[in-house]
Design a protein around this ligand. Structure first.
Ligand SMILES: Cc1cc2nc3c(=O)[nH]c(=O)nc-3n(C[C@H](O)[C@H](O)[C@H](O)COP(=O)(O)OP(=O)(O)OC[C@H]3O[C@@H](n4cnc5c(N)ncnc54)[C@H](O)[C@@H]3O)c2cc1C
Length: 400
């Protein structure tokens, strides 16, 4: 996309990077054009990106009017603080000035499926989300979405997104909900920038986010050797020595992705055994580029400008080991994005929203669907079905 804006937007991307797709969807949803430089297609772009960003090794890298913004998270923070609106003209954002029938929070499988069903039921629907595509967009290959074997997570979510555009509903990306408060006859949703959106019903489909390691060096080296998305950033470490932290499904998949890039991968797991699916464990164990360290805990990450060393400690013997690596990919599990719901909503001890068989929470008119709930199976097909159910239940509630 490259048309006329009053100010130039430039994005350094990689074809398979989900956060690049999220950034591009964000600009497109705001009717803003951008110039894209794919660093995988031209090595000059890769070098230029690193020169312009002071050595960043993560994509996307966004520039607006020549000013370095950072990645997708920084873009959304600027949008929320109002700073983005000060440097570039954004379309008028008046969606908070009316009462909606249903507001969907989240644009993963649960939220998008809910929005589709709500629009088809004729509900006046608003969809608010920090980004498009949820966790699926970060997954390379999905092989259990029935009817589409081996579909890429990005293509699947783009098809969900394109599908809902057929319907009359309002979608707003780059909007983070920070509070939900029940009022006498409606719910009040507070956004990051302080605006309050009234809605008769709402569906929380906010999924989960990645857990941090909380060790020295993690924050210091974010984007310069500490990464949370192997599909996005692994390419920049092709052929190098790297570590993956976490022996669950995400960690095993990340290790296999990096091994495919000829990386020498140290896979660190704190438990005595790997935790992910047996089929993935077998692939990892048979891969000569992957070295498994079970019963090891990460203690610190060190380097100068970039990560250079990872220190781990064997949990049984207490022995410390220093691994020379240029990147650490953190894949140690997920936390539900439920912190913004009001105290009346019940959470279980994992922080998941407790729902009944109608997807109702303890607050009237507030529903929840997908991975943020206490539903046991965290899968795309389950999340999409739960999202559809919530729209139908909310529609019944509004008609009653
Ligand atoms: C590495 C990995 C591989 C996987 N592989 C598979 C697989 O092969 N097959 C399968 O079926 N499942 C797989 N899953 C699980 C699947 O991705 C999830 O079950 C599914 O994405 C859950 O969908 P969701 O809509 O509930 O949440 P999510 O996909 O997490 O989407 C949540 C949405 O909410 C938005 N959001 C969050 N907080 C806020 C807020 N405060 N305000 C506004 N918006 C917010 C986010 O931007 C996002 O759009 C995998 C998961 C991972 C991590």
């Amino acid at each position: 996309m490259d048309e006329e804006n009053s100010i130039q937007i430039e994005i350094y991307t990689l074809e398979w990077c989900p956060y690049c797709r999220k950034a591009k969807s964000f600009f497109t949803s705001k009717n803003l054009s951008y110039t894209e430089y794919d660093i995988g297609k031209e090595s000059a772009h890769k070098q230029e990106m690193q020169e312009r960003t002071g050595g960043q090794k993560t994509v996307p890298q966004i520039f607006i009017g020549g000013r370095h913004i950072g990645g997708y998270d920084e873009l959304i923070k600027m949008k929320s603080s109002g700073e983005l609106g000060e440097i570039i003209e954004l379309p008028e954002n008046d969606f908070h000035k009316k009462m909606w029938d249903l507001t969907v929070i989240g644009a993963g499988p649960a939220g998008l499926s809910c929005a589709l069903y709500a629009a088809r039921k004729g509900l006046d629907t608003l969809l608010l989300s920090t980004g498009m595509g949820g966790q699926v967009i970060e997954t390379d290959l999905i092989d259990n979405w029935i009817g589409s074997p081996e579909i890429s997570g990005q293509i699947l979510m783009q098809s969900f997104w394109d599908h809902i555009q057929k319907y009359s509903l309002r979608t707003e990306l780059g909007e983070k909900v920070t509070d939900i408060t029940p009022r006498k006859d409606h719910l009040a949703l507070t956004l990051n920038d302080g605006r309050i959106t009234p809605t008769k019903t709402a569906v929380t489909a906010s999924g989960t986010k990645k857990r941090s390691l909380n060790v020295p060096g993690e924050n210091e080296f974010k984007g310069r050797g500490v990464h949370y998305c192997a599909i996005c950033d692994g390419f920049l470490y092709a052929g190098e020595d790297v570590a993956v932290i976490g022996g669950g499904n995400s960690g095993l998949e990340a290790a296999l992705d990096l091994a495919k890039l000829d990386c020498d991968v140290c896979l660190i797991e704190i438990q005595t055994e790997l935790m992910g699916e047996k089929i993935l464990q077998k692939k990892v164990k048979n891969n000569e580029n992957i070295h498994i360290y079970t019963s090891h805990q990460v203690k610190k990450i060190e380097g100068s400008d970039q990560v250079e060393q990872l220190t781990i400690r064997e949990t049984e013997t207490g022995e410390f080991k220093e691994l020379s690596v240029s990147a650490v990919f953190v894949e140690i599990g997920l936390i539900p994005n439920s912190g913004f719901v009001c105290d009346e909503v019940q959470l279980n001890d994992r922080g998941e929203i407790i729902i009944n068989d109608k997807n109702e929470t303890a607050v009237q008119g507030l529903y929840a669907a997908g991975d943020v709930t206490n539903i046991k199976d965290k899968q795309i097909i389950v999340a999409a079905a739960e999202g559809a159910k919530t729209a139908l239940r909310a529609s019944e509630y509004l008609n009653s």
